[in-house]
Design a protein around this ligand. Structure first.
Ligand code: ATP
Length: 206
């Protein structure tokens, strides 16, 4: 697996459509302070489903949309697409090439696409689970994040190891099953209440 390319338009400091080709091997992005290097890694985390605007260094999700400069008007939407070589089926999607796209409009509407077909955030989350790349992955580490990891509570640090060990998906499935079980339990309680109520009426009816 390797990242093939990243296409950005209207995201943070990139109003124009740009495509960064990574290819195999190591890619380094260099540039002066404030030139947008971290915005590129933010774009990767964002397209993979990052929901915390704080970790994207904003105060609200709208902050990911190009906010304009003295010479340029703000944009109405941000769009990022990440293309991955998936010949080794690194992500759970049966295609040799996977392009994940995220769009966000100032109006608050947003959408995710995989190979141009709309999907839910949950699908993206599940696709990248245990790869280290996803929303809760450890592959993209922002400035100051290492300190944060080291000073975190041991249970929080454990999450990182669990993702690396590939057991996140089982924990996720367990949580989901427990949620369904709780919902089924609630339904059962409701049905029992109804039965009780109806059986109380049964005598007089008879
Ligand atoms: P450093 O080397 O200092 O870490 P960097 O190259 O990583 O810098 P970034 O933090 O990626 O730089 O980019 C910061 C720049 O992005 C700032 O100039 C900021 O004004 C600009 N920027 C961030 N969000 C937006 C936005 N929504 N619209 C326009 N510009 C933005």
């Amino acid at each position: 697996m390797y990242l093939k390319s990243l296409q950005i338009q209207g995201f943070k400091s990139f109003p124009d459509k740009i495509t960064i080709h990574f290819g195999k091997g190591l890619t380094a992005i260099v540039g002066p302070n404030g030139s947008g290097k971290s915005n590129i890694s933010d774009a990767i985390r964002w397209v993979l489903g990052e929901q915390s605007f704080k970790s994207l260094r904003g105060t609200k999700m709208e902050d990911v949309v190009f906010s304009g400069t003295q010479k340029r008007r703000p944009m109405g939407a941000a769009e990022v697409s990440l293309t991955i070589d998936n010949t080794s089926r690194f992500v759970r999607f049966d295609c040799d090439e996977v392009t994940v796209t995220r769009r966000y409009f100032r109006s608050g509407e947003s959408e995710f696409l995989v190979n141009k077909k709309p999907v839910r955030l949950k699908d993206i989350h599940e696709m990248f689970m245990d790869t280290g790349l996803g929303r809760d992955g450890y592959s993209v580490i922002g400035q100051g994040r290492i300190d944060e990891v080291l000073s975190k509570k041991s249970e929080d640090r454990r999450e990182l190891f669990e993702e690396a060990a590939g057991i996140t998906k089982y924990r996720y499935k367990k949580d989901e099953a427990e949620r369904k079980l709780a919902a089924a339990g609630e339904n059962l309680a409701r049905v029992s209440d109804i039965i009780e109520e109806l059986s109380a009426q049964l005598g007089p009816m008879e």
